[in-house]
Design a protein. Sequence first.
Length: 142
Amino acid sequence: MKKAVFVDTAYLVALTNSSDRHHAEAAALAQAWGKEGRSFLTTDAVLVEYANFFARSPLRGLAATTLARLRAAAGWTLVAVDRGLLARAEARYARHLDKAWSLTDCLSMEAMKDATLQEVATTDVHFVQAGFRPLLGGRRSP
């Protein structure tokens, strides 16, 4: 079985919003990963960021439905943000003052490190800067 893919906000937004420039690519990845039986990992912080993205959008209802489906879906692991994870993310945030990494990015990176994952469904260059392999937006690993 293949290792899980970490799912970032950018991928979820692209998958939800058919007007997003990465929508077709995200949908194709979702279909391929479904056939492969891939599993997925994300954090509650990513889901909060995703919901916030659509807070004032006509797609808010679809986003709410997506959140509920992800929480119930087989093959998905949702990492809760506990004090330990948050402390490590805050430490990463503080160590990298030269970067524009959000605290959510840092939480994600720490969760990926815990799960020994390198692949992340995102277009976010911050993950490249941190040594991870984005799988969306022309940044696919070989």
